[in-house]
Write a protein that binds this ligand. Structure first.
Ligand code: HGY
Ligand code: MN
Ligand code: MN
Length: 412
């Protein structure tokens, strides 16, 4: 079977999808269920229907575009990723796996391939934690990793519930019905940019993911006593921001001294109240994102951070309260999917690197219900979640070709 990737069309579609954004180019901002996201969804569904795929959406907005195989009752082989983008992001994160997945199916159609197992493009809803505070909500619900009740109680920054938001987006049905039946997928494959520098640094065209790191995240509130910036003398202060600042450095130190370079911790959000020049901060909200390829080590670092804030709270007479949002196990990628990727790479004499994914992905949760694998393409300087995120056309096409061949192998 001679497979050809239509690079011109794939790149044009990537540019079109990037235009559905709330940021000035080259930045892309596409928060789930905003008007830009809804336009992107409508546009993508049309592209899938144009390709003759049968499209449906579930109650959380996961989009399924299916090419029925000769044995429609058999478990499908899935591929896909996400289209939502964090504020001031780039145009490749997630999108390469969505449009690359669609082009892989079209290339197989053009080559006259006839799948035994149905092939399905799955576009996950709300992979980014931006709106509802937890990442991979769509794939968590699909895999039963989060309960429908817990998900339904989530609210966005404006206090709007997930149920209200998804209903306004035209989604009906119950979140209870999102969970996929056992054996729904025979295998699931996700093409994604690496979001790290290894492939570029080693000049390796493709990465085959061995495991996906274990993410955890918390919201931490620090409550002190406010007061007048002039009238309250230093010994009498309970400054929430100074306490938060000390905690942030303790978090950094705990990750740096974990004994392994695989531990990473980030305080990405710091909200100061009341946020007035001449008023002592009385409250600070922090978010903590902490990950490691080794779950036990991650959890040890989390305990170290907890004792740091307990000591801090006592020393500074402030209250420090955590709210755990998620603490997930890592995932190992399936040997049969990794073999499909590596066979295709060898056939095309393309070098590949077996590596870890330090970013989390929907595949982390789909791996709980199906043999799952990820294929990485390089991104320039490893940059991601930034407007200058970039993947070269030939890398996108090469990844799409290997994806298409792997899908064919697993669904033949
Ligand atoms: O944060 C992550 O790892 C992913 O890009 N959402
Ligand atoms: Mn991302
Ligand atoms: Mn992503």
């Amino acid at each position: 079977m001679r497979l050809e990737i239509d690079q011109h069309r794939l790149l044009a579609e990537l540019e079109t999808l990037a235009s559905f954004s709330d940021a000035a180019p080259p930045a892309v901002t596409r928060i789930v269920f905003t008007p830009s996201d809804l336009k992107a969804r409508t546009w993508l569904i049309s592209r899938c229907e144009e390709a003759g795929l049968t499209v449906r959406q579930d109650a959380i907005g996961n989009i399924f575009a299916r090419w029925n195989g000769a044995d429609p009752a058999a478990p499908a082989v899935g591929t896909g990723s996400h289209m939502d983008a964090i504020p001031n992001a780039g145009k490749y994160d997630g999108v390469v796996g969505v449009l690359g997945g669609l082009e892989a199916l079209r290339a197989l159609q053009r080559a006259g391939f006839r799948p035994k197992n149905s092939l399905e493009l799955l576009v996950f809803a709300t992979e980014e934690p931006t709106r509802f505070g937890i990442g991979c909500l769509g794939s968590r619900l699909l895999s039963g990793t989060v309960s429908a009740d817990a998900a339904g109680r989530l609210t966005d920054g404006d206090g709007e519930s997930l149920d209200e938001v998804r209903r306004k987006a035209g989604l009906h049905g119950n979140l209870q019905d999102v969970k996929l039946p056992t054996g729904y997928y025979k295998a699931f494959l996700e093409l994604h940019i690496e979001q790290g520098p290894l492939l570029e640094r080693t000049q390796t065209p493709l990465g085959i993911v061995m495991s996906i790191a274990a993410p955890a995240s918390l919201r931490i509130s620090v409550e002190g006593a406010g007061g007048h910036a002039g009238g309250v003398l230093m010994p009498d202060r309970k400054d929430a921001l100074c306490a938060a600042a000390e905690l942030v450095l303790a978090i950094e130190n705990a990750a740096r001294t974990s004994g392994a370079g695989d531990t990473v911790a980030t305080v990405g959000v710091c909200e100061v109240f009341p946020g007035a020049v001449n008023s002592i901060p009385s409250r600070v909200h922090l978010t903590l994102d902490i990950r490691d390829t080794n779950q036990a080590r991650r959890d040890r670092v989390m305990q170290l951070i907890e004792s740091a804030w307990q000591n801090l709270a006592a020393k500074r007479h402030v209250s420090i309260q955590p709210k755990l949002l998620n603490a997930d196990a890592p995932a190992d990628c399936a040997p049969e999917v990794r073999a499909a990727f590596s066979d295709s790479c060898r056939k095309h004499e393309v070098a590949f690197l077996e590596m870890v994914s330090r970013a989390y992905h929907d595949s982390l949760f789909i791996s709980r219900i199906a043999p799952t694998g990820m294929l990485f393409i390089p991104c320039r300087h490893g940059y991601s979640h930034r407007p200058d995120e970039y993947a070269a056309p030939e890398d996108i096409s090469r990844g799409t070709l290997v994806l298409a061949e792997s899908l064919a192998k697993l669904s033949a």
